[in-house]
Design a protein around this ligand. Structure first.
Ligand code: NAG
Ligand code: NAG
Ligand code: NAG
Ligand code: NAG
Ligand code: NAG
Length: 437
């Protein structure tokens, strides 16, 4: 399934070099099986914390619905709300740079390990949100093809928004605020130095919302339509930078993806027992420590496939199922009893404190997540506790309650090299300065 420019026969290399000099600069990966692309932060990240929390809320509501529905919705409505939330408002996201077509057109897309379909806006576009790069024009790409309804990628599209007609494999996601509609197509996609022909993607010809300077979404989930599955690489890793200047950091695929060193922690990747083909990366969160208190939390699956914990780059903050969240909340409250609490409601957060304005360095208990297999993550303070208002007078726990599936979002993944080893069935991570990778 995987094809690659590095497969060029040696005899063609001289010719290739001449041709390449006429095209936009393309550098080749050092290994045909490994390649490296670039991640940047949305320009306003995390911007308005409140807006990001609201967006998360909508994404989570539908995500829980989808996973709780198990098999019925695993390929049905599961991605609907996730995409809705991203189209509606792209704040709080990270972007990956990829190129599409021949000649290649580079664009930033929201990095989403919680959905499968990669899509961008296509010309001619009847209604488009503003994007930072020119629209991809199928007519201008010599390698473009639309996909018929009977094609496997079209059949893999969630039936809830697939609408096959004479035009081909149309999709139509309509929501209260954001929407995107178009058709499934295939073209060459290039990441870093590597390029891959015939990758199925969504060509959106009508969309509404605000993607905060992204031109689409890149779906890195576990389902058959995801870019990871289509590339057939079996593993990838990335690093999300926390620094305000939002410099670039890498996402590594195939043989280049790994996390090494003495501090590497690993835990098995789980499958949802009911919805086996869904896009989500489940891990087994077996315990949480707040300060010196080990909490007896449990986030197992229910018989219907609800519950569990996923790692999701498309969600900003972290969300724990109600019972576990209540224990975490109580532990912070009792260990911060001398800090005045304030209502988090005006900021769309839950547990908030008022002490930052006075310049006091609020003492905050440490937070450690423990996973099956012995992996532990001592979360850096900025990834779970921060000021949420412009004046910096209110600081909140960046962990919120949810129903159903729990989600480790991108703030809690910052400054970690995270490694999704699909072939090996493991999720690994290690603290690192992303700029050094
Ligand atoms: C932040 O977003 C919330 C909800 O979207 C909005 O009510 C508020 O005015 C925004 N604050 C700023 C400073 O933009
Ligand atoms: C969740 O499912 C319920 C019942 O099917 C439905 O009414 C509700 O709109 C769904 N919520 C979301 C956010 O999809
Ligand atoms: C097929 O569906 C798409 C999306 O709804 C629509 O834009 C297009 O006009 C339809 N084509 C035909 C032939 O009905
Ligand atoms: C990743 O690196 C470790 C340590 O060097 C090695 O043991 C492991 O086999 C590597 N994993 C993969 C998937 O290459
Ligand atoms: C999660 O880990 C715990 C402790 O090792 C184990 O008892 C439990 O069965 C695991 N859950 C799943 C779904 O694998």
């Amino acid at each position: 399934m995987m094809s690659h420019d590095m497969a060029c026969k040696p005899a063609l290399l001289t010719l290739a070099a001449v041709v390449i000099s006429l095209l936009p600069p393309v550098t080749f990966a050092t290994s045909p099986l490994g390649f490296r692309a670039t991640i940047t932060r949305a320009p306003q990240y995390p911007g308005n914390y409140s807006a990001a929390a609201r967006r998360d809320g909508r994404r989570l509501a539908s995500l829980s619905n989808a996973t709780a529905g198990g098999a019925r919705t695993s390929t049905g409505s599961s991605s609907r709300g996730l995409l809705q939330a991203l189209v509606e408002n792209g704040v709080g996201a990270y972007h990956m740079i990829l190129s599409i077509g021949t000649p290649p057109l580079a664009f930033p897309a929201i990095l989403d390990t919680g959905s499968d379909l990669t899509w961008t806006q296509c010309a001619p576009c009847t209604a488009c949100f503003a994007q930072p790069t020119p629209l991809y024009d199928p007519a201008a790409s010599s390698t473009f093809s639309s996909l018929p309804c009977a094609s496997p990628p079209c059949q893999a599209l969630p039936s809830a928004f697939r609408a096959c007609n004479a035009t081909g494999c149309a999709y139509d996601y309509r929501y209260t605020v954001g929407f995107t509609a178009g058709y499934l197509a295939a073209d060459t996609i290039a990441l870093g130095g590597a390029s891959f022909p015939g990758i199925a993607f969504g060509c959106s010809t009508a969309s509404g919302g605000d993607m905060d300077s992204a031109s689409g979404i890149v779906g890195l989930g576990r389902g058959t339509l995801s870019l990871v599955s289509q590339l057939g690489v079996g593993r990838f890793s990335y690093c999300l930078r926390s620094d305000a200047d939002a410099g670039a950091s890498p996402i590594l695929f195939g043989s280049l993806a790994n996390v090494t060193g003495g501090k590497v922690q690993s835990t098995p990747l789980l499958q949802n027992p009911v919805a086996r083909r869904g896009p989500y990366y489940y891990v087994n969160l077996t315990g949480i420590t707040v300060g010196a208190t080990d909490l007896p939390v449990a986030f197992g699956f229910t018989a219907s496939g609800a519950g569990g914990v996923i790692v999701d780059s498309g969600t900003t903050f972290t969300y724990l199922a109600d019972a576990g969240y209540a224990m975490v909340r109580q532990a912070f409250l009792s260990q911060m009893a001398d800090v005045q609490t304030v209502s988090g409601a005006p900021y769309d957060f839950d547990l908030c404190f008022a002490a930052v304005a006075a310049g006091a360095d609020v003492p905050v208990p440490r937070l450690v997540l423990r996973f099956a297999g012995g992996a532990e993550y001592a979360v850096p303070r900025r990834s779970y506790f921060d000021a949420v208002d412009e004046r910096g007078s209110v600081a909140c726990l960046l962990v919120l309650p949810t129903r159903g599936v729990s989600v480790i979002g991108n703030v809690m993944q910052m400054d970690l090299h995270v490694f999704y080893d699909l072939d090996g069935g493991a999720f690994s991570f290690a603290p690192v300065d992303c700029a050094t990778l």
